[in-house]
Write a new protein. Sequence first.
Lengths: 113, 113
Amino acid sequence: GESVGLHLPTLSVQEGDNSIINCAYSNSASDYFIWYKQESGKGPQFIIDIRSNMDKRQGQRVTVLLNKTVKHLSLQIAATQPGDSAVYFCAENSGGSNYKLTFGKGTLLTVNP
Amino acid sequence: DAGVIQSPRHEVTEMGQEVTLRCKPISGHNSLFWYRQTMMRGLELLIYFNNNVPIDDSGMPEDRFSAKMPNASFSTLKIQPSEPRDSAVYFCASSLLAGREQFFGPGTRLTVL
């Protein structure tokens, strides 16, 4: 089956810098995407989502960009803080009666003080 | 509001023993998912319930695994007999609408010796 994958398994940034985490998806039928953050010892936590009829959505310090042409999703974190250190997963859903979220392998973000 | 509740948080058992993991979904959510997370395989969907009915158990590894959802506020995942390769973190997640945002519990870290 089709799957979601990540370009970068690890990302290290300095505190205060902006972070960009990338995700490639292969299912062109996917119409809903989510970014999750997972801190050590905790379950994945919802950050932001986006539907395929949008190409950008902003939250608090986070922005998700969707490029359907190249099937690429990114999460931008502004002014990265040590508390942002975690594993970030993208997930996709192909809509319709599909109840499944397909998760990527995750990217480990480390923020250096 | 309370999120998804899982118990126990940690379980250490010996090979061959029965293990029961428990989950209380968010009130009002009609979709419940059990996942297993390992470094090698990432997040794997084991089983999905909708309105307390198992819809898809294709992710259940083998007959040693079983899951039940006797009512809308409780689900169990049982492994009998357990094996060392079952060692992983098991997450329960619930959602209001299948295919959309899932809320994860804190997970149960299972170690089978």
